[in-house]
Every structure is written in C-alpha cells, then in structure tokens.
Write a protein that binds this ligand. Structure first.
Ligand SMILES: [Zn+2]
Length: 252
C-alpha cells in the first residue's frame, strides 16, 4: 500500500461517482436511441397494412363491377334464347315432315342446353358477387379501423418524438456537465471501455463483476467498497463501483 492523501481519496470518490452518473446517463441515452428506432417502424407497418387493404379493396371493387356487368349480359342472352325457344316451340305445330320435326327438336334441345348453361354461369357469378360484397364490407371496416389507428399512432409518434428529443437534450446537457468535471484521462478510459463493452461502469453484484460475473476476492471487494481506488475488473476491464443497493447481495 502506498500513501494516499485525504485530498486524493476525496478526489477518487468524486471521480467514481461522476463516472457512475455518466454511465447512468449513457444507458438512458442508449435506451432512447433504441426506442427511437421502434416508433417510426410501428407507423410504417400500419401504413403498409393500409396500402395492402386499399389494394385488395380496389381489386374486389373492380371484380364486382365486371361480375355485375357479366350478370346483366347473361340475363339479356338468356332472354334472347328464351324468345327463340318460344318461337321454335310455336313452329313445332306447323311442321309437316318428320325431318323438319327432328331438325326443329334438335334446335330446341340445343337452345335449352344453352339456357341451362347460362343459368349455371349466372348462379356461380351471383355466388361470387355475394362473397365479393362481404369482402368489400370487411375490408372497408378494416380500412377505417386502420386509418383511425394510424392517425392515433402518428399523433403519438409526434408527441413521443418531441418528448424524447426534450429528454435527450436534457440528458446530453447533464452528460456534458458531468464529463466536464472529469479529467481527460478518466473520461477517455471510460469512453474506450464503453465503446468496446457498451457498459463501462458496473456495480459489484453477489460478490462478482456486474458485467462479466467474475468472482471478486474479499480483499478487492473491500477496496471497491472503500471507493478510494480506480479498480477495473480483471475479467472484462470494466470499472467496478460499489452500490449501496447491492450491499445485501454482497454480504457474506
Ligand atoms: Zn468484469
């Protein structure tokens, strides 16, 4: 042990205290930065969902239009064939030969088949129209729901961003102030560890490094608790500090 003056002891306590505060602020700033990424992402997801619903709605509406047109044309075709059928059926009474009768009956059968085909087509398209209308109703509801959520989310995003920016500026101001109290030597050391480990100052927890969990000897624990020395973890190189909150977990 070498002699350490009272002044130096107070000084080291201050340094460690400032470094711990700096770490707290940097952790908060990192959290803010991480959250910032999520918020616009949520709005983007909603916008994408809105575009998808709109596209599906448009496709369903176009299909409905063409189906309804098709139904009209089928109905008019059917009317034409029915008129023809009535005409041929009337002619049946006028035929004089078997050949004429057979030819006419063939015509009538063909027309009847055609009418049945049209009827089947009409039924299948009508079924599709029912489904399309239901889909359009569902999609329209979904669209209005999405629009509501999106408006709300955008508003939330704006106010959260404002709030986040204010908090961030405040934290950055405090960071600058604390960093200003530290000598360049300790600040650089702190920042180097932060860069590599993303956490530079860690408390001792359960008699181990709060960063890498390396066990700490009784002697070292005592020294860290005293707070008179700058102690780095032998395992990860992080700056070790003693937190009163973790006092219980460190007792024997
Ligand atoms: Zn460690």
């Amino acid at each position: 042990m070498f002699f350490v003056s009272f002044q130096e002891i107070t000084n080291m306590k201050n340094i460690l205290n400032n470094l711990a505060q700096l770490q707290e602020i940097d952790t908060q700033l990192a959290t803010i930065e991480a959250q910032k990424g999520n918020l616009p992402q949520q709005v983007k997801v909603l916008e994408q969902a809105g575009v998808e619903v709109e596209e599906r709605l448009e496709a369903a509406t176009v299909k409905l239009g063409s189906d309804e047109k098709e139904l009209k044309s089928l109905a008019s075709n059917s009317e034409e064939y029915k008129a023809k059928l009535a005409k041929y059926q009337d002619q049946l009474y006028l035929v004089t030969t078997n050949r004429e009768y057979d030819a006419l009956t063939n015509e009538i059968d063909t027309i009847k088949t055609k009418i049945q085909e049209i009827r089947d087509q009409h039924t299948s398209i009508s079924d599709e129209v029912v489904l399309l209308k239901a889909e359009i109703t569902t999609l329209t509801e979904k669209q209005s729901e999405l629009t509501g959520t999106l408006t709300k989310s955008r508003k939330e995003l704006t106010s959260k961003t404002d709030l986040t920016n204010t908090l961030q500026r405040e934290l950055e101001g405090r960071r600058e102030e604390i960093a200003g109290r530290l000598s360049k030597r300790y600040l650089r050391k702190y920042e180097r560890i932060l860069e590599v480990r993303s956490l530079a100052v860690v408390p001792v927890k359960r008699r181990a490094c709060g960063g890498c969990h390396k066990q700490i000897s009784d002697q070292l624990l005592y020294e860290i608790k005293q707070g008179n020395q700058f102690i780095e973890c032998e395992g990860c190189g992080r700056i070790l500090v003693y937190s009163k909150n973790d006092d219980e977990s460190n007792s024997l």
